[in-house]
Ligand binder design. Structure first.
Ligand SMILES: [Zn+2]
Length: 227
């Protein structure tokens, strides 16, 4: 399998191409291209959330704790005093960083459910929902955020598959076919549960018209695209 550094650098490079391309095409501003790059890079390491390797999991949960705290602060600020808010945010940070990390390490199988396109779709849609609901963004940009994360996720899965091909002998290692898959065939129960979670995000998503607008804008600018 590809190692952590490879995942991060390839996804960051992909994110740079995506962010720059979208900016040049007029899909978003120069400033807006930074979160696009960051989200693609995050997506590129996110599937290894299921690995028990300490480095990946520590970094991922550190990164996830930050938006969790920001989200909590935005939502709870009108309701709590400053002191209480600080305590709650501290508790949320520690909860995400340590408790959620430990639960994940205990209950997930490496290259199981989290190494699937379904997981990528779920994380991408969740990103769009969070971007749209918590920040004053246009629908198209919120969709772009989710799309960037999903692209990074797909890059990770592809890299894992590429690395499972023994390049010298052109033989397939046993891990082939365990990363780039629509869902976890060996675990239909949890795959179904993940599908339900994915579908339940629908009420929080930006409108599909926003996605359509983004797609049309992107397509119109593509050389040889439908006009
Ligand atoms: Zn992986």
């Amino acid at each position: 399998m590809a190692n952590f550094r490879t995942h991060l650098s390839v996804a960051a490079a992909g994110g740079a191409v995506l962010a720059h391309g979208g900016w040049q095409a007029g899909l978003w501003s120069a400033v807006d291209s930074l979160p696009i790059l960051a989200l693609t890079a995050l997506g590129g390491i996110l599937p290894d959330i299921d690995s028990d390797s300490s480095k990946a999991i520590r970094l991922i949960f550190n990164l996830l704790a930050v938006p969790a705290v920001v989200a909590a602060a935005v939502m709870l600020q009108p309701r709590l005093s400053d002191g209480a808010l600080l305590l709650v945010c501290g508790a949320i940070y520690l909860g995400v960083r340590y408790v959620a990390g430990a639960v994940f390490a205990r209950f997930t199988v490496h290259r199981g459910l989290w190494h699937s396109l379904l997981a990528g779709a779920m994380c991408g849609l969740a990103t769009s929902a969070i971007s749209y609901r918590l920040f004053p963004l246009s629908e198209a940009l919120a969709w772009a955020h989710g799309g960037a994360l999903a692209v990074g996720f797909a890059i990770h899965l592809l890299l894992d598959e590429i690395y499972s091909v023994d390049l010298e002998g052109a033989r397939l290692k046993r891990s082939f076919g365990t990363a780039f898959k629509p869902f976890d065939f060996r675990d239909p129960g949890n795959s179904l549960a993940m599908l339900c979670v994915t579908l339940s995000l629908a009420p929080w998503l930006p409108s599909w018209d926003g996605l359509l607008a983004l797609a049309q804008q992107g397509q119109a600018l593509m050389p040889g695209g439908w006009r």
